[in-house]
Design a protein around this ligand. Structure first.
Ligand SMILES: *Cc1c(COP(=O)(O)O)cnc(C)c1O
Length: 377
């Protein structure tokens, strides 16, 4: 039996292991100097003023929406084609989700759809950089601005990507990352929120740590004693520990290497699968330089399920990204109906994510290419 090939996989080397061991031997384990250094370097990669490290990409979205002031009665516009957390974290804050359809080529939120849906009730517009390809932020920002909403970029797929030469993280009001093992870099579980706005960063930092106010100048009862901290707005414990930030710092040193490897994988798929009948390969627009997280193919003629099952049967552990969020029973029970976002539904019905990660060997990739070609031949 040949080995199985996952759709995504981390790349951990000895330098990562040594960095974690050194943090474990240190004094802090959790909130110490490594967190601050990781945040400084994430902000540098993002081209933003600051970063707040949190425990997952989901926590990052929850924290970003909370910092944006999203609460009950608000609407949040979310693309239908994304991981459910882009919507569920806003739902948890009491917002009503308004699902926007996506662009037919990139699978990213369609600015025209957002224009049609934005109202004065819109508190935030979320854009997802599907597969690592940045969404059309320059079109989305003015639409969000025109109704007084903030633009949140869910960049779980796209740390390391650029848009018109500018890094993802420097584009929207708030940008969130995920450092889950299959993502572009990992801290095991982990995530971050970045922004240029000091008030948004302060709100995110407070939400990450119970909303505790430690600065006496900002406290209501500063004379209580030197131990005193107080809560003005609720938050949670979303702190990312020093040990995991040490892994993140080590991984960041390899970010360019990861980008180059993922780029090589992308190009090899384009070369190996170009011209296959019944197959569409991902689009790349002129003005973006993606760090590819996924390689989403689209299988025409209603054969997606067959191709998926046959690849899985050969140990090629492909994935489907994503079921339209409102197909989840939770949203269905709120009254959202199939047919709402036809472009996203079509994209979903054809999509398969092929194995894509920095350490994917040429031999394993050729096995994937040959399998897809022979199934569709
Ligand atoms: C992975 C992912 C998330 C959630 O990140 P976690 O770190 O797994 O919590 C959110 N949005 C998108 C688009 C993702 O791919």
């Amino acid at each position: 039996m040949t080995n199985s090939i996952p759709y995504g996989h981390q790349s951990i080397d000895e330098s990562d292991i040594e960095a974690v061991a050194a943090a474990l031997r240190g004094d802090w384990l959790t909130t110490g100097p490594t967190v601050a250094e990781f945040e400084r370097q994430i902000a540098a990669v993002a081209g933003s003023q600051g970063a707040v490290a949190v425990t997952s990409g989901t926590a990052a979205l929850h924290t970003a929406y909370a910092a944006a002031g999203v609460s009950s009665g608000d609407q949040v516009i979310v693309p239908a084609l994304t991981f459910a957390a882009t919507a569920s974290t806003a739902s948890l804050l009491g917002a009503e989700i308004v699902f926007a359809d996506v662009e037919e080529d990139t699978g990213n939120i369609d600015p025209d759809a957002v224009t049609a849906l934005a109202t004065e009730r819109t508190a935030a517009v979320a854009a997802v950089d599907f597969a690592g390809h940045p969404a059309e932020i320059d079109a989305l920002l003015p639409i969000a601005r025109s109704v007084g909403a903030l633009l949140v970029e869910d960049a779980a797929h796209s740390i390391g990507s650029t848009y018109h030469g500018r890094p993802v993280g420097s584009l929207a009001d708030l940008t969130t990352y995920s450092f889950f093992p299959t993502k572009n870099l990992t801290t095991t579980e982990g995530g971050a929120v970045v922004s240029d706005d000091a008030a948004l960063l302060g709100a995110a930092r407070a939400f990450r740590s119970h909303g505790l106010v430690r600065d006496p100048e900002l406290q209501r009862n500063p004379d209580e004693g030197a131990w005193h901290q107080e809560i003005h707005r609720l938050g949670l414990n979303y702190r990312l520990p020093d040990v995991l930030c040490a892994l993140g710092l080590s991984q960041l040193r390899r970010l360019e290497e990861f980008k180059a490897s993922r780029s090589r994988v992308f190009d090899r798929y384009v070369e190996g699968l170009g011209g296959v009948e019944g197959l569409r390969l991902p689009t790349k627009r002129e003005h973006v330089d993606p760090m590819w997280h996924l390689f989403p193919i689209r299988v025409q003629d209603g054969r997606r399920r067959e191709v998926f099952d046959r690849l899985r049967a050969q140990g090629i552990l492909v994935q489907v990204n994503y079921i339209p969020v409102y197909w989840h029973p939770y949203y269905e029970d709120l009254g959202y109906r199939r047919g709402l976002c036809p472009v996203a539904e079509r994209y979903y019905s054809e999509e398969i994510s092929l194995p894509m990660y920095a350490n994917l060997s040429a031999a394993d990739q050729d096995r994937v290419i040959d399998a897809v070609r022979s199934i569709l031949a």
